[in-house]
Design a protein around this ligand. Structure first.
Ligand SMILES: C[S@@+](CC[C@H](N)C(=O)[O-])C[C@H]1O[C@@H](n2cnc3c(N)ncnc32)[C@H](O)[C@@H]1O
Length: 302
């Protein structure tokens, strides 16, 4: 599937008074974006020790001691193989403990860089890299502040589960994606479906509609970020932003990122909390994959 051009960019824009109100509420100053980002950095760092002690991390340490180990599921592996990461320069934005970008290094990437603003999680990423004798570079930075030294430095930029929701400014985020990619480079996204923002898995009826798909204000939480159930201890305040599929597609089209693949899936790739929505007769989409190509070519593209 190829979607591109101004006609389609227009078609994906939301319309009507609700959309206008949402756009109004979502307009943020640079200072507001920095404040949200800083609050989210604090809660991720506060959550890092819980993740370091989890069985999941011990399993990753063990896994990376085996040469060629990958934590990627078959969907991610197949899509990245299709794009072609072997011999390429690959970046992961919001790499967390690095498990996925290290797996991509094990798929034969020439060089890999993981960006994240949490020092606590990057320390874990470096532990995993050391366990596997891997050379991925980890850079501590807010995505909005990634150095211009990395402009056009990557053939492939990867974004996986649990990233867009932390971004107060999706357009600004995609400006960074665009500048990191070299002409003709590929963006690969494997994310949680935004329709899941409409439900609250902890509610007595987790299938009751709890929020608007077009929610304009961020969700505000005061708990540690945990992937397993019953680990949500009190923590610093964090902010989670709702970005619809149209927001995402428009962000790509506005930046000359041509969609070459898009698919929705019933698979839960998020935390245990969302397992309640999997394997239902009336199935919600729980995740999606998207591949987009930046305009332009370089000689090696043939
Ligand atoms: C849910 S985790 C990503 C998990 C990863 N996809 C995986 O499956 O292992 C989200 C990450 O985004 C990072 N993050 C959130 N906002 C950020 C920002 N503005 N700049 C850099 N990193 C950010 C957090 O520190 C966290 O490590």
């Amino acid at each position: 599937m190829i979607l591109t051009g101004p006609g389609l960019a227009q078609a994906t824009q939301r319309d009507g008074p609700m959309a206008k109100k949402r756009e109004e509420i979502q307009k943020q100053t640079g200072e507001e974006i920095r404040n949200y980002t800083e609050a989210n950095r604090r809660v991720w760092n506060q959550s890092a020790p819980v993740h370091r002690e989890a069985a999941r991390f011990r399993a990753l340490l063990e896994g990376f001691r085996t040469s060629g180990f990958s934590c990627l599921d078959s969907t991610g592996t197949d899509r990245l193989t299709e794009i072609g990461v072997a011999g390429k320069r690959v970046a992961q934005i919001c790499c967390n403990n690095g498990r996925e970008i290290l797996s991509i290094e094990n798929m034969g990437a020439a060089s890999c860089v993981g960006f994240d603003q949490s020092s606590g999680f990057l320390a874990q990423a470096r532990e995993l890299a050391a366990a596997g004798g891997l050379k991925t570079q980890f850079v501590e930075t807010s995505i909005y502040d990634i150095s211009h030294d990395f402009d056009a430095a990557f053939d492939v930029v990867v974004i996986t589960i649990g990233v867009f929701g932390w971004m107060p400014d999706l357009g600004g985020f995609f400006d960074v994606v665009k500048r990191l990619l070299r002409p003709g480079g590929h963006l690969f996204v494997h994310e949680q479906h935004p329709i899941t923002n409409m439900f609250e898995p902890g509610n007595p009826d987790p299938f009751a509609l709890a929020e608007s798909y077009f929610k304009a204000e961020p969700f505000v939480e005061n708990s540690l970020i945990a992937y397993e159930k019953h680990q949500d201890a009190v923590g610093e305040t964090s902010y989670w932003f709702v970005h619809t599929l149209a927001d995402l597609i428009t962000a790509c089209l506005d930046r000359d990122l041509t969609l070459v693949h898009f698919a929705e899936s019933p698979a839960n790739i998020s935390s245990e909390h969302f397992e309640v929505y999997a394997n239902q007769a009336a199935q919600l989409p729980l995740s999606y994959t998207l591949t987009a190509r930046k305009a332009g070519v370089i000689e090696s593209d043939g």
